[in-house]
Write a protein that binds this ligand. Structure first.
Ligand code: AMP
Length: 467
């Protein structure tokens, strides 16, 4: 006899998990994609104008690449790097927290020093940092950036800043941003300065925050951009970099500023600005929201003349910039700047009965081929429900087909705003709708204009031709 199991004691079936995005990461929903799309379009346009070509590096790379470039004792590596190991051989990888390291690795790996110099690259990519999530600070976010590798001239620094400035102008947020600029010198003058700072702060640890006490050991330069009030007071009396900077670095900085003046880009010389990553040298800069200070920098960059060599390449000067797309979108929304909505549906094709469904499908195809954004309920909904749907999608016109209309070769054209309807021949309906919508609302694209066949003869084909 089988035992009776008391239902009360039966193990509960676990409830299906209600999955949510992990903390600090977000879906990019269609409304926000409209912003991403227009920002990317502007970036691509400005980048191409200035000779940059697009590059993408992998989402994850060797953990050591980031440690070697960004610096093992920076917040980015110590606290924010997402790392994982392969199960089989324990190889250590990290999700990329920034773009420059991967691009420099790629420059070396692909022998880009053989290309005409400087090599100008740009990217638009997601990045990952395990930071405390808050407004404008996420664990997955998107940056666009520019890198110019192979030229030490101050004109490069000014041009990168100018491209970023143009992008802010195009997006309508430039007036809200102020360029902060500084020089942190080359490795030689920086070493001198670091020693002076260490001497100055030693003995004052009681007035420093816990982070800065640690920074005093590892990188006293970073104390200068601590946001803590006491640290800032101490920092304001610290030795000044201008007293140790070498002549070459001083001249470089002076020229960058003069070049910015010559193209009317305003800046604030900010001796406190050091940026958090170890690879920077000479010029460092950030674009700050005037009202909110450094916490709300929309982007930053600078020179990294030592990085290519540090990662195993030849000594090669370089300079770059990275801007945060989510913060830019937030500024655009604050400024009430709307991204163009290109997803508007203009026509809805409603139908009843299978024969009408066939014609509806043909009409939808013809409308779409002509560049009309068209939607059709091809399910079994009633006419009332279909027109209700057309209303919800805010379409301008509906084409309505029943069995009778199909038999007579007619279709009802309904103006959704006024409710006025007319019966027209099916064969004339696409033309009529386009006339009513106006040619401007058509979304036409001919891929064959972009894609051409490569007609150059390859060596192996040449042999065949000769044979
Ligand atoms: P950084 O090189 O760290 O200064 O980053 C450049 C820009 O990327 C910043 O100015 C921000 O606009 C953006 N950014 C950096 N970290 C985050 C993050 N955790 N969440 C969102 N945006 C970020």
């Amino acid at each position: 006899m089988s035992k009776k199991v008391s239902l009360a004691k039966a193990p509960k079936t676990p409830k299906a998990d209600k999955f949510q995005t992990p903390r600090g990461v977000h879906d990019v929903l269609p409304d926000d994609h409209a912003y991403f799309t227009v920002i990317k379009k502007i970036i691509r346009h400005r980048a191409r104008q200035a000779g940059f070509r697009r590059i993408s590096t992998p989402i994850f790379e060797s953990k050591n690449l980031f440690i070697r470039s960004v610096g093992g004792q920076t917040d980015l590596i110590e606290k924010e790097l997402y790392t994982f190991q392969t199960k089989k051989d324990g190889e250590e990888f990290a999700l990329k927290p920034e773009g420059t390291a991967g691009i420099v690795r790629s420059f070396i790996q692909h022998g880009m020093n053989q290309l005409p110099q400087p090599v100008e690259l740009f990217y638009i990519e997601p990045f990952f940092r395990h930071d405390r999530p808050q407004k404008g600070r996420y664990r997955q976010f998107h940056q666009f950036g520019f890198e110019v590798i192979g030229e030490s001239d101050p004109g490069i620094d000014a041009q990168i800043i100018q491209v970023a400035h143009f992008i802010h102008q195009d997006l309508g947020i430039a007036s809200k941003l102020k360029l902060q600029i500084n020089t942190i010198g080359c490795s030689k003058c920086r070493e001198k300065f670091t020693n002076q700072l260490r001497d100055y702060f030693i003995g004052k640890e009681r007035n420093l925050c816990a982070n800065c006490v640690r920074r005093l050991e590892e990188n006293p330069l970073r104390i200068l951009d601590c946001k803590g009030e006491d640290c800032q007071i101490l920092a304001s009396n610290a030795p000044k970099f201008e007293n140790v900077i070498c002549d070459e670095c001083k001249d470089h900085h002076k020229k960058v500023l003069e070049l910015l003046d010559s193209v009317d880009i305003e800046y604030n010389e900010n001796p406190q600005l050091v940026r958090g990553l170890d690879y920077y040298s000479r010029t460092v800069f950030e674009f700050w929201d005037e009202s909110e200070g450094a916490q709300n920098s929309v982007g930053g960059g600078g020179r990294y003349d030592g990085l290519v060599e540090q990662l195993g390449g030849n000594s090669t000067a370089a300079c770059g910039y990275a801007g945060g797309m989510e913060r830019i979108i937030a500024h655009m929304k604050d400024f009430r700047i709307l991204a163009p909505d290109k997803d508007q549906i203009d026509v809805f094709v409603a139908q009843l009965g299978f024969e009408a469904k066939k014609v509806a499908l043909q009409l939808l195809t013809a409308l779409r081929e002509e560049g009309v954004h068209a939607l059709g309920a091809l399910g079994k909904a009633s006419m009332k429900d279909q027109l209700g749907k057309a209303d919800k999608f805010n379409v301008k016109y509906a084409l309505i087909l029943g069995e009778v209309e199909v038999r007579e070769g007619k279709v009802i054209l309904r103006d959704m705003a006024s409710g006025v309807q007319e019966v027209i021949p099916i064969g004339k309906s696409v033309e009529k709708v386009i006339k009513k919508l106006g040619k401007k609302s058509l979304d036409k694209y001919d891929p064959s204009k972009d894609l051409k066949k490569d007609r150059t003869v390859r060596p192996e084909e040449e042999l065949l031709i000769r044979d």
